[in-house]
Design a protein around this ligand. Structure first.
Ligand code: DC
Length: 229
């Protein structure tokens, strides 16, 4: 049996960190669906496919040569056409490319199959925007993780400062706002909580508090045998 837990929400709500930790704790697989949209954005740039060309992008999405290398001790390496693109993948520019390829319905349906292939026993933590609404609507536990725009921009600001990048907080807030706007207002699978999702606002919570809340839900629903918090 494969247990699927979906975690959706806007960028910067803390989904990535929480999902990776949850997957490790439960011994589940992890799907970072945003990485697929980011990879497609990069692939489109390399192959000079227009971000407006839904059909061209969907052909690229169905055939792109990607892999996730988890063999090393460090974070997962993401490989596109034989090249390690892990760093390029996480930049704001790549995030913006991803949110421009994501509205095309042809792209979303081409990526649907690829995403569903990640579901393997004992379970999967699926991280994204439409995991609970479109990709895994049958999931027994759906979380919608959010946080205020100010808090999400602030988190990103700290992260970038730590990496030695010089950025403006005001510009980051603007970027978060416009990405939300694009993700929530598109017609195909807009970012919205599934009707049966449990909403969690992480603005005032630590990663550990979010983890504990989700793990309690996992336990209450009997989705994992033993959980030692
Ligand atoms: O989670 P992320 O920041 O890596 O996602 C990048 C973009 O990809 C996001 O702005 C919208 C898109 N996306 C999506 O449309 N559906 C998903 N399931 C995941 C990401």
């Amino acid at each position: 049996m494969t247990t699927i837990i979906t975690v959706d929400g806007p960028s910067g709500a803390g989904k990535g960190t929480v999902c990776r930790k949850l997957a490790k704790k439960l011994g589940f697989y992890y799907l970072d669906s945003g990485a697929l949209y980011r990879l497609l954005g990069l692939a489109a740039q390399r192959h000079r496919v227009s971000l407006e060309d839904g059909v061209g992008l969907s052909a690229l999405a169905a055939n792109m040569d990607i892999s996730f290398d988890t063999s090393g001790p460090e974070a997962t390496k993401v490989i596109l056409e034989g090249e390690d693109v892990s760093l390029e993948l996480r930049t704001e520019q790549t995030g913006a490319l991803a949110s421009k390829v994501a509205p095309h319905p042809e792209v979303r349906s081409a990526l649907l199959t690829r995403q569903r292939l990640f579901a393997k026993a004992p379970g999967l933590i699926a991280d994204g925007r439409d995991m609970g609404t479109e990709v895994f609507p049958q999931a027994p536990l759906k979380i919608y993780l959010t946080a205020s725009i100010e808090e999400r921009a602030q988190r990103r600001y700290k992260e970038l400062l730590e990496k030695g990048e010089n950025v403006s907080l005001r510009a980051l807030e603007e970027q978060v706002r416009s990405r939300d706007e694009r993700d929530m207002s598109r017609e195909a699978s807009p970012l919205t909580p599934a009707a049966d999702a449990i909403e969690l606002d992480s603005s005032e919570l630590s990663i550990q508090e979010v983890m504990d809340t989700v793990l309690n839900l996992v336990y209450l629903k009997g989705l994992a045998k033993t959980i030692d918090q």
